[in-house]
Ligand binder design. Sequence first.
Ligand code: ADP
Length: 799
Amino acid sequence: KPSDVHTLPDGVPEALEAEGIAEFYPPQAAAVEAGVADGESVVASVPTASGKTLIAELAMLSAVQRGGKALYIVPLRALASEKKAEFERWEEFGIDVGVSTGNYQSDGEWLASCDVIVATSEKVDSLVRNNAPWIGDLTCVVSDEVHLVDDSGRGPTLEVTLAKLRKINRDLQVVALSATVGNADEVAEWLDATLVESDWRPIELKMGVHYGDAINFDDGSQREVPVGSGQKPTAALVGDALDEEVDGKRGSSLVFVNSRRNAEAAAGRLGDVTAKRLAPDEQAELERLAAEIRDVSDTDTSDDLADCVRRGAAFHHAGLASEHRSLVEDAFRDRLIKCIAATPTLAAGVNTPARRVIVRDWRRYDGEFGGMRPLDVLEVHQMMGRAGRPGLDPYGEAVLLAKDRDTMEELFERYVWAEPEAVRSKLAAEPALRTHVLATVASGFATTREGLLAFLDRTLYASQTDDDDRLAEVTDRVLDYLAVNDFLERDGDSLQATSIGHTVSRLYLDPMSAAEIVDGLREGVESAADAGSATRRSRPSGDAEVPADADAGFATASDLAAEADGDDATGGDAEDGDAEDGDAADGPTVTPLGLYHLVARTPDMYQLYLKSGDRQTYEEQFYERETEFLGHAPSEFDDVAFEDWLAALKTARLLEDWASELDEDVITERYGVGPGDIRGKVDTAEWLLGAAEQLATELDLDGDVVRDVRAAKKRVEDGVREELLELTGVRGVGRKRARRLFEAGIETRTELRDADKSVVLGALRGREKTAENVLRAAGRQDPSMDGVESDAAASAAAT
Ligand code: ADP
């Protein structure tokens, strides 16, 4: 029982009992037995939803009670805020909770006073690289979903970060929470922790395969779920769960599919099933929710989602805006939304249990593999583990689908009866080591090759391999690479990061990205200089064309200017040009597209995928805009490299469109992406351009380049052309509002501050509160709109 644990802050056991935690679940009891509340390291490998979070809380709360400080590492940013909100209920017991999201300087100061800090592994890695002062105070570290060390992309970061934290504090308590995996004992051995392993769950989980007219469960039982003619099995299963009422509540379903498009399509169809089964009051509430969803953004995705939601279904994938995601998750938890069709991102983390989980697609397209590939047992088990809500459902059901008897047998063998895979370190790969070796040396964790190898010996990789030579071999190759690119200096056996190497590590860049950026910027400066000081390198039309209907009445001012300058029709680049460049006419000019392309080429940016028709489109654009690229384009006969270059061009064009005020809707359509993807690309570009700016400054590249990089970054950050940058600097003024204000003749912050109120109100579409806030933000003393009539002409122009 919680009250048997005497190391917690006063009042906490009572609070836990008041929450309904009368007794520990068996894995929790085992963890307490192993000393988790007394500072002992523990690896808990237990199924989803069996109370892992409480194990972590016991460790953290007792660590703080002993005067220490705890860190909770999450795998996804979305989870960080969820966990923080969960832990904030301990604030009444004097525990300060913080989440690390901002940059390290602002974090370093205020997080130092927090008792419990939540952050992603990348964030923690970055904080360690930047010597955040409080890292040394940590006494307890929790690693959530530690089985993700197996992920080749992000696993090595978690692995190396844990090794560093344990090197900083040799007595560090490590609590690692894991799904059930094949080799939890190895993970425990690596972390010098006691293993708590269990397959106990708080609610019975029945796993089965639907075939023919019934679900066949692992316990030998069957449940009849006939599939009507012309009906899909998924629809039959979702309808069947809804028709079963327990305590007057219908059963909800979570359907896992293998792509975003499939999630959207399935949700559309399943809406037919759920719509028929809604009570009138639910319909009214869903209509309200749908309106709220439409309000989030003006995109097709938003509309499609709202259309599904008003009928009681929803889709969920990484392309959704985060506001959309939380609206859907909350409504599903409240059982207002009856069914979600999701890609597997939902299975990792976010707490959205359902009575029935349907794993519709157990194969997924794998580009490297070149075809459809079965999912891991671990993944499928995690999806299945979302079934059943303790206290709400009598049991959970997880169902796979089979068309024939053979497939049913295969699915039982492959997933229902199968043990999950073992977790394997992915550290000994060059891209991972490139980054981590530099960071390890730069932040002083190793000063010699021997020291580096000794440090790497503390990783899971080292504890799993018999082949010590392989790690040494890859490490040496990586050291060569870093030395050749001037990130590291070697003197005999000793290793030292150069000043630029330190910067790269602190900026959290893959050294390969940094090398690409540095080369590209240098090349840009040189070729501009070559073009001669008299004839400035001709500036190509740097901006995307803006369709007349993209945003009503918008392109006038800059387009007129462009025409007057004889720029070509697709131009509109005049705005960031001539007036400002006049005084720098002989300086080098680097275009935004060139810079977007440069950062899109780095391994730190996931490029957009080239679809079949795309190759020709972007090949044409490649020739049109050839002069803008920074760095040497590969020959078109070098197929792979050339495709990569074009994919980066497609990505760069998206960024350019965004920075040219193209509507979100037009962009999602043109590039076949979701609004969340635009956000993702924009964030990454912002970070990489910020890094490029610092590198250019530090390398003392020509001053104009720094200015060009900064402008390109600001534009992509705010999604506007250069002439609006001052307005978007005013709080509350986004890209659309800025454009409308500009159209109404207000071009600067001062002009906004002193503007005629009726004009401002008109440009802001008559929204008084908004107009007041905006005026106040611009520095107006009397922003009140009382009695102000919106200017009719301005308002006509705005609509
Ligand atoms: P996991 O992290 O393992 O997926 P959670 O920690 O989210 O699972 O726990 C799932 C739910 O079980 C939570 O709502 C939690 O409050 C509840 N819970 C945890 N431990 C107990 C307990 N001992 N008694 C009752 N409910 C519990």
